[in-house]
Design a binder for this molecule. Structure first.
Ligand code: IMP
Length: 364
C-alpha cells in the first residue's frame, strides 16, 4: 500500500481524506512522520497557499504530499475573509465572536445579497512533477443568526438553502458528502487513483498475458486500452473478469478483427485527448508520417497505435505517438510487450516486457 502525506497537523482532516481514499493509500500527517514546521500562508489565493505547503513538505520528504487551504468567501464583504479565514479578526479570537461580528456587519442586508461559499483547494506535489490542484465549493448564504452545534469555524452562520440548515446542523457524514473539502478531495482521488492506464495491442485471441499484467498492476490501473486485433470473446472475458476497470478497444485488421469495436476513437483521460487506432489505415509498417499528420489535423497530441508488433515511442512538436508492441504474439525472437501510461498534467509512460522470471521495464 502506498503512503501519502497530508501537510496538516489536523487529525480530523487526516481521517476525512483516509475515508475518501479508502484502502489504496495510507494517509499520514506531518506529525506522524516527525516533521514539526509551520509554513507561512502568505499567498493571495487558496491555490498559492496549498501548493506552497505541499511543495515544501515534498521537498523535505521526497514523497507524494497533499495539502489543503480553505476559507469562507462572503459576497457582501467582497470575498472576505477568503484566504484570511483562520486569521480574520485574530487567529485566537473565538468563532462565537467572529461569527457575531459578521452577523452584525450584515444585519440589514437582504437575503439576495448574503451569498457566500466555502472554498477548498487541495494541492498534490509529486517529486519531479508540476504540482496540481483541485477545487471544491459549496454555495450558501450568511444566516441571520447562529444555529447548530456541529462542525467548526463559520459553520453556525453558513446557511444552505436547499437543506434549510446551517452547516453546523449537519452531521459529519452529511457535511462530508456535500462539503467543499469533500468535493475537492473526491476530484483529487480521481487524479491519484484514476490516472494510470494499461495499453495493449495485438493479443490475437490470447488472454493469458493480459490477465498476468492486469493482476500485477491491478490497484494502480483504472483503464485498459486495446488497440486492435484481439477477438471479441477474449475482450468479453477480460471485461467480465475486471468489472471495476474501464475498457477502450478499437478494431484491428486481421482474423481477430472485432465485430463490435469502432475503427478509431478519440478518448479523454484527465483532460488529455488520446487518439486510438490500430494503425494499418496509416501504413504504419512503413513509418508514422500519415498518423502524425492525422493527429495534427485532429488537434490531438497523443496517438496510440499497434499493428507492427514493435514497441516504439515518438515525440515531436508536442505530439506523442506510442506503440505498445504485441502482448501475445511478438514477431521473431522479440518478447511480449505493453505500455503503462500515467496521465498527470504531463503524460509519462513506461514500456514493459514479459520475461520468464517476471514483468520488467524495458528501454524503447
Ligand atoms: P485552513 O484551510 O485549515 O487554513 O482553514 C481555513 C479557515 O477557513 C478555517 O480556520 C475556518 O475558519 C474556515 N473554514 C474552512 N472550512 C470550513 C468549514 O467547513 N466550516 C467552517 N469554517 C471553515
Amino acid at each position: 500500500m502506498k503512503e501519502i502525506i497530508f501537510a496538516t497537523k489536523n487529525k480530523g482532516k487526516i481521517k476525512e481524506i483516509q475515508a475518501i481514499l479508502g484502502h489504496n493509500y495510507i494517509v499520514k500527517s506531518i506529525e506522524d512522520i516527525g516533521i514539526d514546521i509551520d509554513i507561512v500562508e502568505d499567498g493571495k489565493t487558496f491555490e498559492e497557499n496549498s501548493i506552497k505547503k505541499a511543495v515544501e513538505i515534498m521537498k523535505i520528504t521526497n514523497k507524494i504530499v497533499l495539502a489543503d487551504d480553505s476559507g469562507l468567501e462572503i459576497d457582501y464583504l467582497n470575498g472576505e475573509p477568503g484566504v484570511y479565514s483562520a486569521r480574520y479578526m485574530g487567529e485566537d479570537t473565538p468563532y462565537e465572536i467572529k461569527n457575531a461580528k459578521i452577523l452584525e456587519m450584515l444585519k440589514d442586508v437582504e437575503e439576495e445579497k448574503r451569498g457566500a461559499r466555502f472554498v477548498s483547494v487541495i494541492a498534490l506535489a509529486i517529486p519531479g512533477k508540476k504540482p496540481i490542484t483541485t477545487r471544491g465549493t459549496i454555495e450558501g448564504i450568511i444566516a441571520y443568526e447562529m444555529k447548530g452545534e456541529n462542525g467548526f469555524g463559520y459553520d453556525p452562520i453558513f446557511y444552505i438553502p436547499e437543506l434549510k440548515k446551517t452547516a453546523a446542523e449537519l452531521s459529519l457524514e452529511e457535511k462530508n458528502k456535500i462539503s467543499h473539502r469533500g468535493k475537492a478531495l473526491s476530484e483529487m482521488k480521481k487524479i491519484l487513483l484514476y490516472r494510470k492506464v494499461l495499453v495493449f495491442s495485438d493479443s490475437h485471441g490470447n488472454i493469458d498475458n493480459m490477465v498476468k499484467v492486469i493482476e500485477n498492476f491491478d490497484k494502480d490501473v483504472f483503464a485498459i486500452i486495446h488497440l486492435g486485433d484481439y477477438a471479441d470473446d477474449v475482450e468479453d472475458e477480460l471485461r467480465n473478469l475486471y468489472t471495476d476497470k474501464l475498457f477502450y478497444s478499437i478494431a484491428g485488421n486481421n482474423d481477430f478483427i472485432s465485430s463490435v469495436a469502432q475503427d478509431e476513437e478519440i478518448i479523454e483521460i484527465n483532460g488529455h485527448k488520446v487518439f486510438l487506432t490500430h494503425g494499418h489505415q496509416y501504413n504504419v509498417y512503413f513509418g508514422i508520417d500519415k498518423l502524425y499528420y492525422k493527429l495534427n489535423e485532429l488537434g490531438v497530441n497523443i496517438g496510440l497505435y499497434g499493428h507492427t508488433h514493435r514497441p516504439s515511442a515518438f515525440f515531436e512538436n508536442n505530439i506523442l505517438i506510442l506503440n505498445p508492441g504485441s502482448i501475445s504474439s511478438p514477431r521473431g525472437s522479440s518478447i511480449c510487450t505493453f505500455l503503462l501510461m500515467d496521465f498527470l498534467d504531463e503524460v509519462t509512460y513506461k514500456f514493459y516486457g514479459i520475461f520468464k522470471d517476471g514483468i520488467k521495464e524495458i528501454d524503447c
